[in-house]
Design a protein around this ligand. Sequence first.
Ligand SMILES: NC(=O)c1ccc[n+]([C@@H]2O[C@H](COP(=O)([O-])OP(=O)(O)OC[C@H]3O[C@@H](n4cnc5c(N)ncnc54)[C@H](OP(=O)(O)O)[C@@H]3O)[C@@H](O)[C@H]2O)c1
Length: 261
Amino acid sequence: MHNAAFAALGLNWRYLAFEVTPRDLRAALEGARAMRFAGLNLTVPHKLAALEWVDTLDGSAKTCGAVNTIHLETTRGGKIRAVGFNTDADALMAALREELGFEPRGAKVLLLGAGGAGQAAALKFAAENVGALCLANRTQARAKAVADEIKQRFPAVHLMVGWPESAVDLAVNATSLGLKADDPSPLDERQFSLRRAGAVFDMIYRPPQTALLRAARAAGCRAANGLGMLLHQGAKAFEIWTGRPAPLEVMRHALEKSIYG
Ligand SMILES: NC(=O)c1ccc[n+]([C@@H]2O[C@H](COP(=O)([O-])OP(=O)(O)OC[C@H]3O[C@@H](n4cnc5c(N)ncnc54)[C@H](OP(=O)(O)O)[C@@H]3O)[C@@H](O)[C@H]2O)c1
């Protein structure tokens, strides 16, 4: 999607993928700086380690406690300064608005998963002043740790660890359950019925339809997969690096073609 966007804007830039081990992360980032890359995206498992490497953190990375985008900017003195951003959480909000008409302020949200994506989403929902946030995760201690951080940083948010006792406006899957075609739904309907959810968002985009999304549609919920989130995190990173508006429809088309064929 980035290369399609560069081409559409007539930019002589390239977006390339590199596989880097955690041991080599620092060397790889210093190499990118030395080679005057415009910026980088980072994915699992590098999003936390990058917090320590960058020279400064944008508010988006501070809110989520993770970096998925680095801008290597040239200072007036000619040095290259690394600024860490997080475009995942803003992208989640953009996709929720665009695809489900969801507005976070005052809404009741059930969030499944407390890994990297779950934690970033939870902190973002809290920062956006949701009315209530229920955190459910296979390992409850991890959900509790996220809840403790939210309590400290956003004490006004109504928080619960476990399944909601009443209806919710939105349920979000931030677990990796669903990545395999025969995975069951991460939402245990004996604990919480999808008939009590207005909308369902699954961060997974491949496969395009998970067991959770099938069940959500059958229960009459508005439902969307994670492709829109992937698109918007890329579009936001593109704007950070280039300083120009992202050609969103060009990027959407390239992404859909590359992922779904
Ligand atoms: N659309 C996008 O742009 C986008 C962006 C980021 C992430 N994602 C997706 O979000 C998902 C989570 O990513 P992540 O980076 O947060 O991964 P992660 O840090 O590895 O966290 C994985 C989460 O899934 C849970 N989980 C794993 N296997 C499970 C199972 N069998 N049953 C129930 N829960 C299970 C884990 O629970 P425990 O704590 O109990 O292990 C944890 O909450 C992935 O599917 C990823 O593809 C999508």
